[in-house]
Design a protein around this ligand. Structure first.
Ligand SMILES: [Fe+2]
Length: 415
């Protein structure tokens, strides 16, 4: 029996419904299997709230091929993306430069990259070509920064800038994807290519009408289809440029594919999604759920990590989710936390072997705000019985304590 899982809005007259995304008893339909006879049948499915349907293509018509990539483009892409399946290993390494020393440089790099991305989006909107050499130089700067210290740029990616979401999100995905790929011990040249793709991953949105892009409410199925087209449009824009590495193309093409096959545009599932596509997808979702969107309220980074973990083996590969959490931590850099001793402060370094014991810059002793913050490393400091002296009790909202994290980070100046 040949079956395909399709979103409900792709249901057409002549298709044969084999299964729903829920038990039949939980649906308004009394039948188990059904051939779609007319538009009324289609409308009933859409109105029912069912999201996905499995169709039997032996008993009814098949879904039309995705129109965003014609055959010629598909051939071209498969040729360009013919890269060996990457493998990844446990990576244990130490950072050559301390967080506090790297942070000012990381800030400068992030600011420069944000400006470059803004210019690229504006240029593409006006039909101009992308100055690829400039972009590659910026991405290489990010890669070098991550190699000097893994936490400096991650900390900045975790501090949310609520203006210019598209640009900031692109830079954050670049930082997260490069950091994750570094954690997986992928070769440096791959990191540069992944970073380039991540920076440009949503370039296709420049071709989506503003009325849809900035719509305050939920999308209709038609609008959602137009929005999903940004992947194909992004691929088309990059195809007009020479020297786009295959790995970068892969990021753009696959960043919305999901492990259980519910993503788009190709509805790939499992390891049919390239490792690079999975890295980009996890990074994209982690960053997106930490912003207020129409569909959800912003989560803190710590809550976003927990949410990602709930999605292992559904939206994402379990092993990769575990690796991602190992990379960014359970309490990611930039989290505001309380210790068992009542100290409150800022996570400034993740211990990648003991995730629950990140290094903390203490800003409060009890309720007393300190003039001179100091750091505590819960992974190495013991009490008199040789037990861990410090542990993280909980995450706090910095706003409740009138803590401006940026202000504290500004104390670290270039030496
Ligand atoms: Fe996207």
């Amino acid at each position: 029996m040949a079956t395909k899982k399709i979103p409900v809005h792709k249901l057409k007259v002549g298709m044969f419904v084999e299964e729903l995304d829920r038990h039949w008893l939980d649906s308004p339909f009394w039948f188990h299997k059904k051939k779609i006879k007319d538009q009324k049948d289609v409308d009933e499915f859409i109105k029912s709230g069912i999201k996905t349907i499995i169709i039997n293509t032996d008993k009814g018509i098949d879904i039309e091929e995705e129109s965003i990539l014609d055959q010629q483009e598909k051939d071209h892409l498969s040729e360009k993306t013919k890269i060996p399946q990457l493998t990844y290993e446990e990576s244990v390494f130490t950072d050559p430069v301390p967080f506090t020393e790297e942070l000012p440089r990381a800030k400068e790099i992030k600011n420069n990259v944000s400006n470059v991305v803004k210019n690229i989006f504006n240029d593409v909107r006006m039909g101009k070509a992308i100055e690829l050499n400039d972009v590659k130089t910026q991405v290489n700067g990010i890669v070098e920064c991550v190699f000097r210290n893994r936490d400096a740029l991650l900390c900045l990616a975790n501090l949310k800038d609520y203006d210019n979401y598209t640009f900031v999100h692109s830079v954050n995905i670049c930082i997260l994807s490069v950091s994750f790929a570094r954690h997986l011990n992928l070769p440096k040249t791959h990191l540069e290519h992944i970073g380039l793709g991540a920076l440009l991953h949503d370039l296709g949105k420049t071709q989506i009408p503003e009325s849809i892009l900035n719509k305050p409410g939920k999308y209709t199925p038609e609008e959602y289809n137009i929005m999903k087209g940004h992947v194909g449009l992004g691929v088309e824009i990059l195809r007009k440029h020479d020297n786009i590495p295959a790995e970068a193309m892969m990021v753009v093409l696959q960043h919305h594919e999901r492990y259980n096959g519910c993503g788009y545009p190709q509805k790939l599932y499992g390891d049919k999604i390239d490792l690079i596509g999975q890295i980009a997808g996890i990074s994209d979702v982690y960053d997106a759920i930490t912003y207020d969107r129409v569909y959800h309220k912003a989560l803190s980074c710590h809550s976003a990590v927990k949410r990602l973990y709930e999605w292992n083996d559904t939206l994402f590969n379990r092993l990769l989710i575990e690796k991602f959490i190992q990379c960014i931590g359970i309490y990611p850099v930039g989290s505001f936390v309380e210790l068992n001793t009542g100290h409150r402060g800022l996570v400034i370094s993740v211990n990648h072997q003991i995730l629950l014991r990140p290094k903390v810059l203490v800003l409060f002793e009890g309720d007393k705000r300190l003039d001179s913050p100091f750091s505590i490393d819960p992974a190495i400091e013991d009490d008199e019985k040789c037990n861990f002296k410090y542990s993280i009790e909980r995450e706090l909202d910095p706003e409740d304590y009138e803590v401006n994290i940026n202000q504290y980070l500004d104390r670290f100046k270039t030496t």
